[in-house]
Write a protein that binds this ligand. Structure first.
Ligand code: DC
Length: 212
């Protein structure tokens, strides 16, 4: 049996990254940001001038893709040519292309396998869109973290990022493979009127109750 896997899913700017990181710290588990994995593949394809809308071209570029999915301390990271990718994963170009790349089944198959590998060795808090539905469908620890569209847009604006999260969410929710959807057995956490501390406390309490 694998160690515990905590699945945190939700739309863009719902606060799930922040809370997932804090939950992992509180429990002493490894934090895995799966969005960064899809972003890294997208960044690499753009760097190679691959047309992200051309599925055949994307698939041709996947075998032997020179990205490694590892850990920096207790947090996941993506390494390219010996360097941890950070800011380059959050550019407007990556934002604009990542949902197209993430809709390609071969990309998802590759990354889901890497995501599951993390949990064979250690307990994880994994954040994404399909963690409770596809990556760990059998985990009893599933949380769907969301917030109203206004609150989410305001949070992105406060970070100085202007991007159409509505458009990205539409693409992520409407794709045919592993769409962003709340798992039927996930606990819905609407963070619109909650502080980060309240969200973390609520989720950690639920996890501890289930672990006991
Ligand atoms: O969490 P994020 O905004 O960094 O994710 C970037 C994109 O990656 C998101 O728009 C959809 C995709 N993604 C996905 O399809 N499945 C995941 N498990 C995580 C992210």
């Amino acid at each position: 049996m694998n160690p515990p896997a905590i699945a945190i899913d939700g739309p863009a700017a719902s606060g799930k990254s922040t809370v997932a990181k804090l939950i992992a710290k509180e429990l002493g588990y490894t934090f895995i940001n799966t969005g960064a994995m899809y972003r890294a593949v997208t960044w690499y394809l753009l760097r190679r001038d691959v047309d992200t809308a051309d599925t055949a071209a994307v698939c041709a570029a996947l075998p032997g893709i020179p990205l490694s999915f590892g850990k920096d301390g207790s947090v996941s990271c993506v390494v390219f040519e010996g360097r941890v990718l950070t800011d380059e994963l959050r550019t407007p170009e990556v934002n604009a292309n990542v949902s197209t790349v993430a809709a390609i089944p071969q990309v998802r198959a590759l990354l889901v396998e890497k995501q599951r590998e993390y949990n064979t060795r250690e307990a994880v808090v994994m954040e994404g869109r399909d963690i409770g539905t596809v990556v760990f469908p059998d985990t009893p620890f599933k949380y769907f973290v969301t917030a109203s569209e206004e609150v989410r847009a305001a949070r992105r604006a406060a970070e100085g990022i202007t991007e159409s999260i509505t458009e990205r969410d539409r693409k992520d929710s409407q794709r045919s493979v592993s769409p962003l959807v709340q798992a039927p057995d996930a606990l819905l956490v609407d963070t619109s009127d909650m502080s980060i501390e309240q969200v973390v406390a609520l989720v950690v309490a639920d996890i501890r109750k289930k672990l006991a």
